[in-house]
Ligand binder design. Structure first.
Ligand code: CP3
Length: 342
């Protein structure tokens, strides 16, 4: 495969940094919104033809250097029997773990609930351009754990989950263990079906102290990432709001670490182990500002890109739903057309 993303991941020199965006599949593209008028999110995810189409839309509409699988991180708890529904207001579980005294007893794995994703990967690989790499993913242990306790869709405090983590450490460990086991099976099967790269989305890493994340969650994240790496697929870890915890990210955890928008890129490069590459970290709100501001922001990235070959350009979190996709396209074109002084 002739891919600037894979070349970068394989330590080859390239003339510019590769670029893709978190939450690029779905959400902002008019072509996706058109499909959403006809089909529900679940329909789009469960039909290989539609799921592969949505996965590949950003390649055509934005010109990004990689596709990310159109799916969701909540598929894993669904496969543990939690009954997931994507409503107008967002995802809802039939059986949130707040319902149970010993929630781990309620988690019973049904691997068949994951098989539609593997069919989607097969289809994507069949229809994609041969030079389009496919990124697979799953949710990080803390982020997934948090959603499993969420009773109300609009609640993003995750107070119930965090309270449970502090008050029931033994039972919490059992839940994390079953998440890790299912996530490994899921990630390994994504690799077997042909993904080229894997990202672990740990969006809510910042909800607990760095030291607590390091002790309880990082070993769990590492197990999932290592299962993929053992099959020779490069791994990216996105621990959002991990702050100084970035100093604990080493090559035995992941190949690349994705930096959130709050952290300075040069500072991140300083504290992350030198063997680990950096992804990130454009502020998603930049895409609300005008073209000259966007250009100004991007120009300031040139010195970093000139010095660092092991850098993948991405956002510091996903696209916001109400941005103008033309601005995202402009960012990609600007990155492709500029001289990165390498
Ligand atoms: O990056 C991509 O575009 C690939 C697909 C993808 C989706 N969700 C599709 C989706 C990925 C990687 C995710 C990850 C995800 N899902 C995360 C971690 C990353 C992050 O953004 O923080 C989280 C926390 C979720 C959980 C989730 N799924 C929520 C809170 C929601 C509702 C709000 C929202 O994001 O739109 C979803 C639904 C969801 N997942 C949609 C899409 C395209 C919207 C469904 C729709 O179009 O109706």
């Amino acid at each position: 495969m002739n891919s600037i993303l894979l070349d970068t991941l394989n330590n080859k020199k390239t003339s510019r940094p590769p670029v893709w965006f978190m939450r690029q599949a779905g959400r902002i593209l008019p072509s996706y919104q058109k499909l959403k008028k006809k089909y529900s999110f679940s329909q789009l995810m469960n039909d290989p033809k539609l799921a592969s189409e949505v996965t590949l839309l950003p390649i055509r509409d934005l010109g990004v250097d990689a596709a990310i699988l159109f799916s969701d991180i909540l598929i894993v708890p669904e496969a543990l029997g939690m009954g997931l529904e994507f409503t107008e207001k967002g995802p809802v579980f039939d059986n949130p773990l707040t319902k149970y005294k010993n929630p781990s007893d309620s988690l019973i794995k049904d691997s068949s609930k994951l098989s539609h994703v593997y069919n989607n990967i097969d289809k994507i690989i069949e229809v994609r351009d041969v030079n389009t790499p496919l990124i697979g993913f799953c949710g990080g242990p803390l982020t997934t754990f948090c959603f499993m306790f969420r009773g109300h869709v609009r609640d993003v405090t995750f107070n119930d989950a965090i309270k449970f983590l502090y008050s029931n450490p033994v039972e919490s460990k059992k839940i994390i263990d079953s998440l890790v086991e299912t996530s490994i099976e899921y990630a390994v099967n994504q690799v077997k079906h042909g993904i080229d790269c894997f990202q672990l989305f740990e969006t809510y890493a910042g909800l607990i102290p760095v030291d607590m994340y390091k002790e309880i969650m990082l070993p769990a994240s590492k197990k999932i990432l290592n299962a993929v790496k053992d099959l020779n697929i490069p791994t990216i870890f996105f621990p959002k709001n991990f702050g100084n915890g970035l100093q604990y990210i080493s090559k035995d955890i992941c190949d690349y670490v994705s930096i959130d928008w709050h952290t300075n890129l040069f500072h991140a490069r300083d504290i992350v182990n030198k063997e680990v590459g950096i992804q990130g970290n454009i502020d998603p709100r930049l895409l609300y500002s005008d073209y000259s501001n966007i250009e100004n922001y991007l120009s300031k990235l040139i010195p970093f890109g000139s010095e660092n070959q092991d850098w993948i350009i991405n956002l510091g979190h996903g696209f916001l739903p109400d941005i103008d996709h033309k601005k995202a396209k402009f960012v990609v074109e600007w990155i492709k057309e500029n001289d990165w002084k390498r």
